[in-house]
Design a protein around this ligand. Structure first.
Ligand code: MG
Length: 234
């Protein structure tokens, strides 16, 4: 078994700073296990960039389960803010995937970055957004088709860096040869529908698919930083 991935992050067409971060930062190939991460930072000035960078660094240095890595990333941001109070309010999403040598996929996730699985042309979202509108949809207070245009669609209910106690979603899936994984920041799925993402993600190399997604998000307006990690399981 091997995993082949490509990673692209882009400023978009509106923002002046890219506060998204990904790991790995470039493409590669590995026999596994392989970690893949997307973090979308928030917070004024340089806060968002710092939060996302600190979080990924701490998660990679940490040992243990993916959940423990995300918790360590959370603590690292909280400690950074304690040292530098001017960074108060900075935080980040984190969606982390690990593909094992047995093609076992483990996920740990906080925020509104997403993990998707494309299998035989069918796209499945593997994570649930931690946003106010996603909660409204789950409670039946809002229709799914109203969520994407809701004025508070970006309001997160969970993020790293804001509290010492953090609830982390975890999940496991068995992958198969031919599966394609996508991790992305909301700059992708806020600009493109799942139908469009499916069509753009399907086919060609991971690098071509990754760039096709980023270019389409920018063509659709590029309102936010956009980051994608596309990985094939072989
Ligand atoms: Mg974003």
């Amino acid at each position: 078994m091997s995993i082949v991935w490509s990673s692209v992050t882009h400023l978009g067409r509106v923002r002046s700073v890219n506060q998204d971060r990904a790991h790995p930062t470039s493409g590669g190939r590995n026999d596994g296990p392989q970690l893949l991460v997307v973090a979308d930072g928030m917070g004024g000035h340089v806060g968002g960039e710092i939060a996302a960078s600190v979080a990924i660094e701490a998660a990679l240095e940490s040992e243990g389960t993916l959940e423990e890595r995300v918790r360590q990333a959370n603590r690292a941001i909280v400690e950074e803010v304690e040292e530098k109070p001017e960074l108060t309010g900075m935080g980040t999403t984190m969606t982390m995937a690990e593909v094992g040598t047995d093609r076992r996929l483990r996920l740990a996730h906080v925020g509104d970055s997403r993990a998707y699985l494309l299998r035989s042309g069918v796209l499945v979202q593997l994570t649930i957004d931690h946003t106010l509108v996603a909660e409204y949809v789950a409670q039946g207070r809002l229709r799914a088709d109203q969520a994407s245009s809701h004025p508070q669609r970006s309001l997160l209910t969970r993020a790293l860096g804001l509290e010492t106690h953090l609830l982390v979603d975890t999940a496991e899936f068995q992958l198969k040869e031919g599966d394609r994984l996508l991790l992305c920041s909301d700059g992708l799925n806020s600009m493109l529908s799942d139908r469009e993402i499916t069509d753009l993600l399907d086919g060609d190399s991971t690098e071509e698919a990754a760039w096709r997604l980023v270019e389409a998000a920018n063509l659709a307006g590029g309102h936010d930083n956009v980051t994608v990690v596309v990985a094939d399981v072989r």
